[in-house]
Design a protein around this ligand. Structure first.
Ligand code: FA5
Ligand code: MG
Length: 489
């Protein structure tokens, strides 16, 4: 029971609030917004109004202040610094805020209105017009508009509703890079092409045999922007782009091997395998992805291409032509430090964090890519004991609706896989290692669809008891029914 003193204090405070104009306006606003169900959401000290688009859960909001790419001695930060050192003289932008407009994240990059990336199932909306950036490309147009350097790098945390496995996490880090040449300085196209090839020749040479079977330009699959570029220009830009990025992979792999050797770890006999594959992005053409063979599978580490000229025109720098890339820092850090699971980067267990020391100065506010020290070494991650996995299956019927005519129509698409992923993550956090569909079945008579997911529980920090795994699984089963309307089998 509240005491009489507390009550009288409370009423004194309320009376004082009522007498202040700003407070009164604020109270009216709170009452109104609570009445119509609106609440603010606070992200790293900034408040945003919410609406029916809001789908950013608190677990995601709480990871915003972590900024692993700027944390002293964190492997994501060391990876960033090592990659930056391969781009001497490039300007760095490492403290851009993660809340951006829909315009920055999608429109400025030419995403069509019906692009699936815009869906609530894929993107964390703060409200209708505002999202947590899904990629560092959200800042491309602004940085081009700033026009402060020929080359720039943007490193940042990015957010996506995505699958759960060893190499995917809903919060991860990307580095964006871009390099442009200015036609207003070199007006003749032939001379521009010569200058770009000269710049290619200045880049470090490597010996790696990279598979690149496709021509740089393909009329259907990977078209030239013929309205804006000569084929020779796009080819020279592509060569500069590919060599720059191959050099990053070669450096990372060389450092990783040196690290493993120094630590007395077994290094794999297999040579590094890297390949270019054709890709599509709304903001580059032609476009590619670079893949590295890792732990028995091809791992995509980056996307890139020749920047769409419309983007540069809209950003007020129509005379610039060039390339851009976006790279997953976790994916590179996993190769560099032999980290087997992406969740480890979020661990606050000192057995993880105390293993790494950056050979670079701590530089969160630096704006220029620094060179690497003349000699340095990286220490690979030494796994601490792996705790046992607890797999549990959950099978359910997807909700079915009745049509107005009374017939039953299965609505298999009413539940999106990313909704299942997020629900699991909301309940079990980073105690989930993997979620995958193991069985699918459509009832021959009713047409209803049933799915079975296997959820693998495993803590990185301790052994989960059977009771704990069962408890988590029960909560997930309940939440599937309550939030997604499925029927458990
Ligand atoms: C992009 O995000 C583009 N913005 C890249 C780009 C930039 C293209 C500039 C052209 C020009 P993509 O969605 O493929 O592309 O992601 C880029 C990289 O981020 C991937 O190659 C991968 O390394 C990493 N990545 C993507 N999703 C995840 C995830 N859930 N967890 C960890 N890393 C991820
Ligand atoms: Mg991709």
């Amino acid at each position: 029971m509240p005491s009489a003193i507390a009550l009288s204090n409370a009423s004194r405070i309320t009376r004082r609030l009522r007498n202040c104009d700003a407070c009164r306006r604020w109270m009216v606003y709170r009452c109104f917004s609570q009445f119509i169900g609106l609440r603010d959401i606070e992200i790293d000290g900034k408040k945003y109004a919410t609406d029916e688009w809001t789908n950013t859960p608190s677990s995601i909001v709480s990871s915003v202040p972590r900024r692993l790419h700027l944390q002293k001695d964190h492997p994501i930060s060391i990876t960033r610094q090592l990659i930056e050192s391969r781009f001497p003289g490039y300007r760095t932008h490492n403290t851009l805020f993660p809340v951006v407009t829909v315009n920055q994240n999608f429109d400025s990059l030419g995403f069509p209105p019906d692009h699936p990336g815009r869906n609530k199932t894929d993107t964390y909306y703060v409200n209708k017009d505002t999202v947590l950036r899904t990629h560092t490309s959200a800042h491309q147009a602004d940085v081009f508009r700033g026009n402060t350097s020929d080359g720039f790098l943007i490193s940042a945390d990015v957010y996506r509703r995505d699958a759960i496995d060893r190499s995917h996490y809903p919060v991860f880090h990307q580095m964006e890079g871009a390099r442009t040449w200015d036609r207003s300085i070199i007006q003749d196209s032939k001379e521009l092409v010569r200058k770009i090839w000269d710049d290619v020749a200045q880049l470090p040479q490597h010996e790696l045999n990279v598979s690149d079977p496709n021509p740089p330009i393909h009329p259907e699959r990977n078209p030239l922007q013929s309205k804006h570029h000569m084929a020779e220009e796009a080819e020279a830009i592509a060569a500069h782009l590919k060599r720059s990025l191959e050099n990053v992979v070669v450096e990372i792999f060389a450092q990783a091997q040196k690290a493993q050797q120094a630590a007395g770890q077994e290094i794999s006999e297999e040579p590094l395998q890297v390949r270019w594959v054709e890709a599509y992005f709304p903001f580059t053409s032609p476009s590619w992805e670079l893949e590295v063979f890792w732990q028995g599978d091809w791992l995509e580490v980056l996307g890139c291409g020749v920047v769409k000229q419309d983007l540069l025109i809209n950003a007020g720098v129509p005379s610039r032509v060039g390339w851009a890339f976006g790279m997953g820092l976790e994916r590179i850090a996993m190769l560099l430090f032999s980290v087997p699971d992406i969740r480890l980067f979020w661990s606050q267990d000192p057995r993880f964090s105390s293993q790494f020391t950056s050979p670079f100065p701590h530089d969160p506010s630096s704006t220029i890519a620094a060179a690497a020290p003349s000699s340095f070494s990286i220490k690979p991650f030494t796994p601490f004991s792996k705790y046992p996995a607890a797999p549990r299956d959950v099978a359910f019927w997807l909700p079915s609706t009745s049509s107005s005519a009374g017939g039953r129509l299965p609505t298999a698409s009413s539940v999106h896989e990313n909704d299942v992923m997020e629900l699991v993550r909301e309940v079990a956090g980073s105690d989930v290692e993997d979620v995958r569909l193991v069985d699918e079945f459509t009832h021959p008579k009713t047409g209803r669809k049933s799915l079975c997911y296997r959820v693998v529980y495993r803590s990185l920090e301790r052994t989960l008891t059977n009771e704990e795994a069962n408890g988590l699984h029960d909560s997930i089963r309940k939440a599937l029914v309550e939030k997604l309307g499925v029927e458990l089998r």
